[in-house]
Ligand binder design. Sequence first.
Ligand SMILES: Cc1ncc(COP(=O)(O)O)c(C=O)c1O
Length: 378
Amino acid sequence: MRVPLLDLKLQYTPLKPAILAAIEQVADSQTLVLGPQVEALEKAVAAYTGAGHAIGVSSGTDAQLVLLMALGIGPGDAVITTPYTFFATAGCLERLGARIVFADIDPATYNLSVPALKAALEQTKNVKAIIPVHLFGCCADMESICALAARYNVPVLEDAAQALGCAHPMGAAGAIAEAGWYSFYPTKNLGAFGDAGMVTCRDAALAAKIRSLRNHGMEPRYYHHSVGGNFRLDAIQAAVLNVKLPHLDHWGAGRRARAAYYKKAFVQTGLDSVLGLPHEPWADSGLENHHIYNQFVIRTPQRDALRTFLSEAQIGTEIYYPLPLHLQECFKHLGYKAGDFPEAEQAALESLALPIFPELEEAQQAYVVEKLREFPHP
Ligand SMILES: Cc1ncc(COP(=O)(O)O)c(C=O)c1O
């Protein structure tokens, strides 16, 4: 048996006629950049998440970048975020000359630790934003984070790249705080046929600024009020996403069912005593989508040996992420060193993502569990 980490063809096949028809419609219209498909997607995502405004852009990375630009974040401004995330979260800050301030993670959820955030806020001058990341499809502790941010009068910007469809008691991931963003990279919960992303925000004036900066700050044509970029969303990507969005909740339910299968099987087989399982901090909220399992991440000190063992058994896995951001070569100048964020560093050594996607079959999951049992855990 072969169990890939993810198989996008299985999602595409049943939707192929609808997707190809939508692409053909765009081709026939020859409105290829922005336009009605993008506007329809923006409305649909705003309605789905409850966000006040949604602005379609070229990627999740560009969504964050254009939002930070619209907020005027730049040299001298400190922004607090997690070192245990995809590179873009910090990369966008560096590109604007902002000062990246990392705060460690909570080892159970992999999300920004509230005590660490509190300490960072106490020690840092000129904080202009806090960026929690809803990693792997589960929200950070937004209640505590937003309360702390309010005390310091700092906006919270949600990196919900991995969390579209995830619910939290305070609202939908990415639409809880002042602003946020989603990625529609193909492997995300809602994947385009290439790169695409979306910014969300509460404030109408901020939304208008983002719309303008998305298109070089141009208004009217060839007159520029401010320097933006080409962050426009292609109509073909929006058309594909418009076909897929109505299926998102069903896919989310499929992901959760597969996560529940793993968890139950791990408990039944005793694997839960040797593997760290994903934590569900909002399980008692009554919300079904409290964890949307963009990734199902386990932990073990034998991570690398286990990965090799699973790979030899034709089981795909991935490491998110092998090197925390504070130890990346390009951030040397920030002056961080090994030991500064022990929880992020430990997670980077121990975490392993198992195959999870809505079409994953029970026999494949049973095979993954069987191989995990065969591995000689100490
Ligand atoms: C947490 C996080 N932030 C930001 C991004 C950037 O999104 P994109 O790849 O669409 O630019 C990603 C995507 O990989 C992500 O996982």
